[in-house]
Design a protein around this ligand. Structure first.
Ligand code: SAM
Length: 296
């Protein structure tokens, strides 16, 4: 496949050809489900709405299908791929994409803020970045939590292909089984919008479930009052509360935070929350009030 620009990777034939040429097979353990439908790639890039002033972080370029389109639409792309065996295929598919920097790295371990800061002095790029990815399903939640918990990561928008069920959890309201720590973390930091859903047939290999592209637009500030120094505690509280979601808050929080029940009880009382309630009944504002009381 030399001499001239490589065709878009996102078709069944080019994907298979690349995999064959470079002797790679899709690894389930790394969540490798490659997009083989060009319209889906176009729709993700449209949902991202990036332009030539944007710095885009892509997690898991795979064989480069989405990366090619991001390269055409954005000013600069930084792509982190954990799987060494894909690098030769990526070198081929991205050969003409001069604005793509490809790094062999684990997105869960990499110093994302440090890597992105390397582009901070580029006057042709607007400050901050957006992240666009067809995320490996096995680390979707911890990766999202990394973005949501670290206020110093200057992302403006996250555009992620995820399992449809997870997209629904991000938007869930109190009271239901979908409501949890992820819903609260997302709604604390962002406005979430489900852009579109796709069936398993657009991937090679096919996953077992439907997927969705979710767009998280960072809020200028959280929708609830919380002192910045209580923010880490807020995330610890929601994790602890839902760590044992069938238990009362008094029990789940004392176990999860390692605090005595008297201290938790006093904070719940001060926040106006009945100690016998379960985490899934609390609103975002109530969790914020509780974290604030625990922080004093
Ligand atoms: N972007 C490609 C596409 O849409 O066809 C591939 C998407 S595939 C769902 C997920 C990709 O993430 C794979 O290439 C996989 O190797 C990579 N990946 C998995 N875990 C990763 C990690 N911790 N850091 C960086 N990349 C990872």
């Amino acid at each position: 496949m030399s001499g001239g620009r490589l065709k878009p990777v996102a078709t069944p034939s080019v994907t298979r050809q690349l995999m064959q040429t470079h002797s790679v097979s899709a690894k389930k353990s790394l969540g490798q489900n490659f997009i083989i439908e060009p319209q889906v790639i176009a729709d993700i890039v449209a949902a991202a709405g990036c332009d030539k002033q944007d710095l885009v972080l892509e997690i898991g370029p795979g064989l480069g299908s989405l990366t090619q389109a991001l390269s055409a639409a954005a000013g600069q792309v930084l792509a982190l791929e954990i799987d060494q065996s894909l690098l030769a295929a990526l070198a081929e598919s991205l050969a003409d994409c001069a604005n793509v920097q490809l790094l062999h790295a684990d997105a869960m371990e990499a110093d994302l803020a440090g890597l992105l800061a390397a582009f901070a002095d580029r006057v042709d790029l607007r400050p901050g970045f957006m992240a666009v990815a067809n995320l490996p399903y096995y680390i979707t939640t911890p990766l999202l939590m990394r973005f949501l918990e670290q206020p110093q990561l200057p992302w403006r928008r996250l555009v992620f292909m995820v399992q449809k069920e997870l997209a629904e959890r991000m938007q869930a309201a109190p009271g239901g089984k979908d409501y949890g720590a992820l819903s609260l973390a997302v709604q604390y930091r962002a406005a979430a919008r489900l852009a579109f859903t796709v069936p398993p047939t657009v991937f090679l290999p096919r996953p077992n479930v439907a997927s969705a592209v979710i767009v998280l637009e960072r809020l200028p500030q959280p929708p609830v009052r919380l002192a910045p120094e209580a923010e880490q505690l807020f995330f610890a509280v929601i994790r602890a509360g839902f760590g044992q979601r069938r238990k009362t808050l008094l029990n789940s929080l004392s176990a999860g935070l390692g605090l005595d029940k008297q201290q938790i009880g006093a904070a719940l009382l001060a926040a106006g929350i009945e100690p016998g309630r379960r985490a899934e009944t609390l609103s975002l504002a109530e969790f914020a009030r509780l974290a604030q009381e625990l922080a004093v």
